[in-house]
Design a protein around this ligand. Structure first.
Ligand SMILES: *[C@@H]1O[C@H](CO)[C@@H](O)[C@H](O)[C@H]1NC(C)=O
Ligand SMILES: *[C@@H]1O[C@H](CO)[C@@H](O)[C@H](O)[C@H]1NC(C)=O
Length: 221
């Protein structure tokens, strides 16, 4: 076999865990309530027709989520299920949220911790077979496989230099330099400000907060 055939075979093996035909409910973040102008803040992508866990309130709680798209392809319904209901069989009552394609909503806060409550807005679209995810300031991605190679189930992202106000005066800023994500946290003292920066990227690791779901999580740009 010549080299190009070997390369092709290896590429097929490498790609075989990625299933095509997946769709995402994509929420593009905007600073303004008309979803025009500056792209800024927390955005989300949720795989459609799949049951997966999202933890919230800083990981204190987990719910399973499932997004379904109506026949028109214009209305996506996000339903929530108990943490133990890993096949998404019995929806929690009053937890359905409908998002219409092309419309603008307050950012939902899926997967955010209490400290990082988003204040931005999101524009709704449906993305087919996304092949590459752009570089953001930070991205936390959930996978169903231990190599984090399959199609993401869910991800939350912050655009570069997204800031969150914490306890009114303190703030936290998320950004990416040379493909490494960082968080700078700044605390206000008596007329002083002290800041420290930590890397926020991480390897693919089992998300033990989602015990029932057997999910893996990777943090990146
Ligand atoms: C989508 O849902 C809204 C209500 O949330 C409804 O008014 C609208 O007609 C629906 N659109 C389609 C195409 O089903
Ligand atoms: C993100 O922001 C950081 C800090 O301001 C900057 O150094 C970096 O170049 C920015 N990245 C992109 C892709 O714009």
């Amino acid at each position: 076999m010549n080299n190009s055939i070997i390369f092709l075979l290896l590429s097929l093996v490498a790609c075989s865990s990625v299933v095509y035909g997946v769709q995402y409910l994509h929420m593009e973040p905007y600073a303004n309530s008309d979803c025009k102008g500056e792209i800024y803040g927390a955005g989300y992508a949720l795989q459609i027709d799949l049951c997966f866990g999202i933890n919230y309130q800083g990981g204190a709680f987990v719910n399973n989520f499932k997004v379904s798209l109506d026949d028109s392809g214009q209305n996506a319904t996000v339903s929530q299920f108990k943490d133990t209901d890993t096949s998404c069989s019995t929806p929690n009552t009053n937890f359905d949220k409908v998002y219409n394609v092309g419309e603008c909503y307050e950012a939902p806060g899926y997967g955010n911790s209490d400290d990082y409550e988003p204040t931005n807005f999101v524009l709704i679209s449906i993305q087919n077979n996304p092949h590459s995810i752009p570089t953001y300031g930070y991205r936390s991605t959930t996978y169903g496989d231990s190599q984090c190679m399959s199609n993401p189930q869910f991800y939350i992202f912050y655009t570069n230099n997204t800031e969150f106000n914490i306890h009114s005066d303190d703030y936290s800023k998320w950004y990416c330099v040379d493909n490494q994500a960082y968080e700078t946290f700044c605390e206000q003292g008596e007329g002083t400000e002290s800041c420290f920066t930590n890397p926020s990227s991480s390897e693919c690791t089992r998300n033990f907060l989602q015990w029932h779901e057997d999910n893996y999580i990777q943090e990146s740009c």
